[in-house]
Design a protein around this ligand. Structure first.
Ligand code: NAD
Ligand code: TYD
Length: 341
């Protein structure tokens, strides 16, 4: 099996590349990645010398580079590459529209011309928007994205569906809840809290901290993607979730307990504009049709994640340098107003 992965130097992509190389002997894998601030070659340094793995530096918006890589002749594509941080999309949506919408279009076009056998599109639960209390979205629920990031991902989902319908592109769409685990860039909630709490920094909790997310350990998601690659019905959409939603404040308290740090570090700050209160998915379809269910509970996953960040401070130092630091300072300077302590 010869597979093209886009965005394989990011958080989920790098975990997936490692997962597939470990679980399948006869796989050959190309990782096409622009290496934005979120793409880190160090995420895959342990497999860089594996003869089955190839890195190609490129932008999904660059039609010529995309064509060049497609000429290697792949059976399947797993499309992770995206701008992914909601706060950044609020600051400037342009890179989100470019990569998430136009970049996806560029790949769909290549998939059609090169007659790819399987296009796994990595979408998100955020395309459904805010879930009212008691509601879990199914694959049939309407898309109602609320942030510029979510709108760009929903646009990509519509394009994928249109290319499947119009040109027969063999697509499968996965919509997953929030992931956590090793190699996540420390701008997202869990790695940010681990990193800052270890240094006794104030922990910025948006609004009242009562927003709900359904955290899935990244290894479980990699398993779901591998199943989709092998057996998912073409033209299908699958929701993927842990099925154990939690409030942000509860997640933060769990991390503090593991680290032995005081709750006094929590600092309630001005809320994210348009902040979705709750995400919740019904993932019974992937359970029923592909036999997938999560194996790593939140307690075990968070313990493994914290241990990984504790053991990889050099990785963290590199991730925290450069462009990220600039964003961090700009962002938190604006948000510095404490609303409750
Ligand atoms: P990430 O931000 O960690 O990594 C994104 C990767 O894409 C990086 O390696 C980056 O260099 C690459 N990239 C960005 N723009 C590119 C371009 N123009 N051309 C080529 N490569 C480019 O992202 P992640 O958290 O691993 O998310 C991966 C995918 O999963 C995304 O599509 C995201 O929408 C989706 N998703 C993520 C989560 C989550 O909790 N992290 C949840 C649901 C869905
Ligand atoms: P995040 O990890 O950015 O993922 P998403 O917005 O895609 O769900 O945020 C997870 C939740 O944590 C979300 O409700 C926003 C909140 N949050 C904070 O309270 N403080 C922070 O510093 C960050 C980054 C997020």
């Amino acid at each position: 099996m010869k597979i093209l992965v886009t965005g394989g130097a990011g958080f989920i992509g790098s975990n997936f590349v490692r997962y597939l190389l470990r679980s399948q002997k006869d796989v050959e894998l190309f990782n096409f990645d622009k290496l934005t601030y979120a793409g880190n070659p160090e995420n895959l340094s342990d497999v860089a010398d594996d003869p089955r793995y190839h890195f190609v530096h490129g932008d999904v918006n660059d039609r010529r580079a995309v064509d060049r890589v497609f000429r290697h002749g792949f059976t399947s594509l797993v499309h992770f590459a995206a701008e992914t941080h909601v706060d950044r999309s609020i600051e400037d949506a342009s890179p989100f529209l470019k990569t998430n919408v136009l970049g996806t279009h560029c790949l769909l076009d290549a998939a059609r011309r090169f007659r790819l056998s399987r296009f796994i599109h990595i979408s998100t639960d955020e395309v459904y928007g805010n879930a009212p209390a008691g509601v879990s979205f199914t694959e049939e629920s309407p898309l109602a994205p609320c942030s510029p990031y979510a709108a760009s991902k929903a646009s990509a989902d519509h394009l994928v569906a249109a290319y499947a319908n119009t040109f027969g592109v063999p697509a499968v769409v996965l919509r997953c809840t929030n992931n956590f685990g090793p190699f996540q860039f420390p701008e997202k909630l869990i790695p940010l809290i681990i990193t800052d709490a270890r240094q006794d920094k104030p922990l910025p909790i948006y609004g009242d901290g009562m927003q709900e997310r359904d955290w899935l350990f990244v290894e479980d998601y990699c398993h779901a993607i591998a199943l989709a690659l092998e057996t998912a019905e073409l033209g299908s959409v699958y929701n993927v979730s842990a099925g154990a939603p939690q409030r942000n404040l509860s997640v933060v308290r769990t991390i503090l307990r593991h680290l032995g740090k005081p709750e006094a570090l929590v600092q309630f700050v001005e809320d994210r504009p348009g902040h979705d209160r709750r995400y919740a998915l019904d993932s019974s379809k992937i359970h029923r049709e592909l036999g997938w269910s999560p194996k790593v509970g939140f307690e075990e996953g968070i313990r493994r994640t914290i241990e990984w960040y504790q053991a990889n401070s050099a990785w963290l130092d590199h991730a925290l340098s450069g462009e990220y630091r600039d964003f961090y300072h700009r962002h938190y300077a604006r948000r510095a107003k404490t609303i409750r302590t």
